[in-house]
Design a protein around this ligand. Sequence first.
Ligand code: UDP
Length: 332
Amino acid sequence: MTILVTGGAGYIGSHTVLHLKEQGEEVVVLDNLSRGHLDALFEAPFYEGDLHDEKLLDEIFHTYDIDAVIHFAASSQVGESVEDPLKYYENNVIGTFHLIRKMVQHNVNRIVFSSTAAIYGDPEFIPVGETNATIPTNPYGETKLAIEKMLQWSDQAYGLKSVSLRYFNAAGADPQGRIGEDHDPETHLIPIVLQVALGQREQVNIFGDDYPTEDGTCIRDYIHVMDLAEAHYLAVKKLKETNESAVYNLGNGQGFSVKQVIETCERVTGVFIPSTVSFRRTGDPAVLVAASDKARGELKWIPQYPSLEAIVSHAWDWHKSYPYGFQTKLPT
Ligand code: UDP
């Protein structure tokens, strides 16, 4: 039996493929390489293509005995989604529509879906539990929420069982340094700070220091990408065991401000990181910290790298070896 991973050449997808392979699972990857990297894939059969290509989906479902899908393939930049919401409806909602339709036709009844804390918007309660109101503040979160609902209705109508995993802030890299985070353009805080440490940027822009937090900067819950990978593996196992749909938050339950992240990066790298305060970024909630007790209890998920130091130092190791991403591995 094989797991189909859509978006398996992307950041979280590729770490999940690596983890699944290390657990002895058979994996096949579908990715259109719009953001992903072939170099991030470890010996998994690979199809370059799009979710909108139903013929290609037919071919994959005919060729492999797929017993579960892990679905990462999506556009995932908040700012871009505000500027071009239709791209997000097309890639995320319509793309997933094609995938689900083909799964139903081919009697593939299990899917683990890459969802996000962005579906909560500016949450009323911290830490954020799964029962918090879901009121996204941008099209990215809206499209992920629409997909969660498509999955819920598809369970009721067709018996398609799903686990939606709502990630908080994914960060870090494979502890063995084989793969890491390579976005172009890079918008995430930790890789941007590490690019400053590498001398590739002059400074970090702190997006607002007048939030109602202790130091005035936004607080986020950073979770190691390999801990996310493990949660996907456990979610597939749980679907097989219980045949029940569920929704889980994935975070460490501990928040760090932007300034604290910069300080941690300075400690790990030993490099002074210049920063300047600029305007708030549209749609940024002040505090996002997860309550993940449900995933810990029901999936038996135990994050292996909860410390921000570990997360940053794995990211740093990778960035030092691949200073400009996968194309630029330095000789060891
Ligand atoms: N951030 C920042 N400067 C940057 C990038 C991010 O101050 O150059 C802040 C951002 O406003 C947020 C936090 O860092 O409060 C984490 O942002 P990121 O884009 O990494 O993840 P997000 O929380 O948007 O998913």
